[in-house]
Write a protein that binds this ligand. Structure first.
Ligand SMILES: CCCCCCCCCCC/C=C/C(=O)SCCNC(=O)CCNC(=O)[C@H](O)C(C)(C)COP(=O)(O)OP(=O)(O)OC[C@H]1O[C@@H](n2cnc3c(N)ncnc32)[C@H](O)[C@@H]1OP(=O)(O)O
Ligand code: FAD
Length: 644
């Protein structure tokens, strides 16, 4: 049998690296232990022939694909249990580790929701007694669950959910009911044929009063026969853009009774006589969504890193065209346009991975505070989780598509794996909070922060710069730190613009809701800019922090990637940098400045300076009296882009 020979171009490219590959691998895995864990799992899985498809899954029917995914999921979970029993060196039962194992199969696992939301909800919203009863069974997959919140009629507007859970004190039970077709649960992963339990989010009624949405743990299928229990209507919602084996389903209740103890009671409770005990905050019911949004940022980075790797390798081995007659066709990696497509995907996967780790640490700190009854950080973390989930998933999905396109026709083949990765990342832009809705949630927070900034109130860390930018014009030089300050200035400008927009519409007679809606495009833009500033700053600071403990060769490369990311987004948003109003310039005198500084001589900054200067030239000619520059470094009589 022909031995697979590694492509010579690829070998040559690999021989040219300037840093220690194992050191970068450890950095990406979060340390040597992380690499060891990952390799243990990969070694466990890679040689299991049942996990490799004889027939490409695209030739299988919907039913065969699902059965194939179930088979692989069972093999992976059995391997994991055996491995833990044998080595106990790998904490298999942490949902994120289990998720990593399940993602070793190409197909999305039908038990993804079990690990991604059902188990975390028991962790986060079940009382100690309830965890005692259900957590081990869930971790050992003796019960398989999902998270049933979205309905046909409502996904975003949770307060509009129609499924009811009415308490009956005479039997100490809740009666679950789907009063309308639009109240049917629609989308939950694993619901089609896999799950026998689920977390159901429903409007809680007791003593004829509605207390809003709460979570309940409900058995929907018989543990022995796996048939739906009486009063349960459940099935598969059918084919989708991607995620074909996630087994998304529908669920309806016909006056279905569950014991009182199946209401998740960590936060709020209903007593035997029907009295409702309020939680410290209604927002705690939303806790699982925040956790998954935090996890999605890391997941977005992971999926993008897969696509960037495929595109980079293909760019090394693909030769095309003949710029010089008679010369060999060059590797497409040598085309600057190809580098421009692929390198930002590589840089972004690192930016999102490091930002995801930073956000996870912030979330872990919040959960510790919540356990102590301290909810102070909840609003800021909600705002962060919303915008970072939105931007990371959107960036990941669009760059996966960019990587596909960079591979020409072969990128369109199923065998390239781009369609699977694209389908998975496209889903994350919508699920767990739709893109626009999430940015508007963050905008709610930013509008409150802006009002506090105007009053000089000290703000929470990620918006603290709003107080200073509102007072004084930043004076800084053209360095990465300066670019980050520029993103802060853009964010403040956009937040101010949106707040002014709401005020303008209110002054013209609209009520707050209509004024909010009229200004909502600006509100989304303000959240995008706030989020971009966070990713730029976090990426740069994380690289600076880790560089101190890594070899110089690796530190240089990672620093270049972070500078590439900063420069890329300044160029993508150059218009914003020059249309932001932080302080008005005098109408008569226009101070044009140079960006050149003795500190920055890299190609990127020169390119950046050249590009920006051309934009400034245009802007200066077009609207000198309104233009407000926050790039004030030092005055020059003429453009000076040579000394950058
Ligand atoms: C290791 C890698 C793992 C990868 C991932 C694992 C796999 C998982 C697979 C997931 C599959 C998909 C699952 C799902 O999609 S589950 C369903 C998800 N659904 C949603 O996300 C719904 C989105 N909509 C909302 O969240 C609502 O719009 C929202 C609640 C945000 C707002 O609704 P509403 O208009 O009713 O309420 P308000 O806007 O008035 O807000 C009320 C106040 O509550 C605050 N709030 C809202 N949400 C939260 C939250 N999650 N945490 C904390 N606080 C929250 C909000 O800020 C308001 O507060 P203020 O009044 O003080 O501003
Ligand atoms: C692959 C996949 C898997 C899923 N898995 C699950 C699951 O396991 N469990 C579960 O419960 N759900 C699941 N969902 C459902 C998902 O959570 C919802 O689709 C999502 O929350 C969006 O809600 P929606 O579909 O009702 O869209 P809508 O909210 O109807 O959004 C439609 C449009 O309306 C706009 N819009 C809505 N509200 C506003 C507003 N207030 N202001 C401005 N614009 C607005 C949106 O921006 C969007 O453009 C899944 C979805 C997908 C795609």
């Amino acid at each position: 049998m022909a031995v697979n020979k590694v492509n010579e171009d690829l070998l040559r490219e690999r021989a040219r690296y300037t840093f220690n590959i194992e050191e970068l691998t450890n950095f990406i895995d979060g340390g040597e232990e992380g690499t060891r864990n990952r390799r243990e799992v990969e070694d466990m899985v890679i040689h299991v022939k049942e996990l490799h498809d004889e027939v490409p899954e695209d030739y299988l029917s919907h039913k065969e694909r699902y059965e194939n995914a179930v088979k692989k999921g069972c093999i992976l979970i059995d391997l994991l249990k055996e491995h833990v029993l044998r080595h106990s060196s790998f904490d298999a039962y942490k949902p994120s580790n289990m998720y990593r194992v399940l993602s070793m199969a190409k197909e999305v696992s039908p038990v993804l929701l079990h690990m991604g939301m059902f188990v975390p909800t028991i962790f986060g919203q079940a009382s100690a007694e309830q965890q005692e009863e259900w957590l081990h069974k869930a971790l050992m997959l003796e019960i398989i669950g999902t998270y049933a919140q979205t309905e046909l009629g409502h996904g975003t507007f949770l307060r509009g959910l129609e499924t009811t859970a009415t308490y009956d004190p005479s039997t100490e039970e809740f009666v679950l009911h789907s009063p309308t077709l639009t109240s049917y649960k629609w989308w939950p992963g694993g619901l089609g044929q896999t799950a026998n339990h689920c977390i159901v989010v429903a409007q809680l009624y007791s003593r004829e009063k509605c207390y809003g949405v709460h979570a309940f743990l409900v058995q929907i299928r018989d543990s022995e026969t796996h048939m739906p229990l009486p009063g349960i209507k459940v099935g598969d919602i059918g084919p989708k853009l991607g995620f074909q084996t996630a087994n998304n389903g529908f669920l309806g209740f016909d006056h279905f009774r569950i014991p009182r103890k199946n209401m998740l009671m960590r936060n709020a409770q209903v007593l035997k006589d029907g009295r409702y005990v309020k939680s410290k905050s209604d927002k705690l019911t939303y806790g699982t969504m925040m956790l998954v949004r935090v996890m999605i940022v890391s997941d977005a980075a992971y999926e993008l890193s897969r696509a960037a790797t495929i595109a980079a390798r293909y760019s090394a081995v693909r030769r095309q065209s003949m710029p010089r007659p008679g010369q060999p066709e060059p590797q497409i990696l040598d085309y600057v346009t190809q580098q421009h497509k692929v390198f930002i995907a590589i840089a972004t996967s690192h930016a999102l991975r490091l930002t995801g780790g930073w956000l996870w640490d912030a979330y872990s700190s919040l959960t510790h505070d919540l356990d102590q009854g301290n909810l102070d950080q909840l609003p800021e973390l909600h705002a962060l989780a919303c915008c970072l989930k939105a931007i990371s998933s959107r960036d990941s999905n669009s760059l996966v598509e960019q990587c596909r396109m960079s591979c020409g026709g072969h990128g369109y083949m199923s065998s390239s794996n781009f369609p699977t990765i694209y389908g998975a990342t496209a889903a994350t832009v919508t699920y767990e909070g739709e893109y626009t809705v999430m940015l508007l949630q963050t905008a709610r927070y930013l509008m409150k922060a802006w009002k506090e900034a105007l009053g000089g109130i000290v703000l929470t860390p990620t918006v603290a710069y709003m107080v200073t930018y509102n007072k004084a014009k930043p004076a800084w030089v053209n360095t990465p730190e300066a670019i980050i300050q520029g993103f802060h200035a853009v964010a403040v400008g956009k937040v101010k613009e949106a707040a002014d927009g709401i005020e303008y519409h209110q002054n013209s007679g609209k009520d707050y809701e209509d004024a909010w809606n009229a200004a909502s495009v600006m509100l989304v833009k303000a959240s995008e800019c706030y989020c971009r500033a966070i990713i730029c700053e976090t990426f740069w600071k994380e690289i600076q922090k880790h560089s101190r403990s890594m070899s110089r060769n690796l530190a240089v490369v990672l620093q270049q990637l972070s500078e590439l990311y900063l420069s890329y987004w300044v160029l993508e948003r150059s218009g914003d940098f020059f249309q932001v109003r932080t302080v008005p310039l005098t109408r008569t005198k226009f101070e044009f400045v140079s960006f050149a500084s003795p500190k920055c001589h890299c190609q990127m900054c020169t390119g950046f300076v050249a590009h920006i200067t051309s934009v400034v030239v245009l802007a200066v000619q077009v609207s000198i009296q309104n233009l407000t520059l926050t790039f004030c470094t030092r005055k020059r009589n003429e453009f000076d882009i040579g000394s950058c």
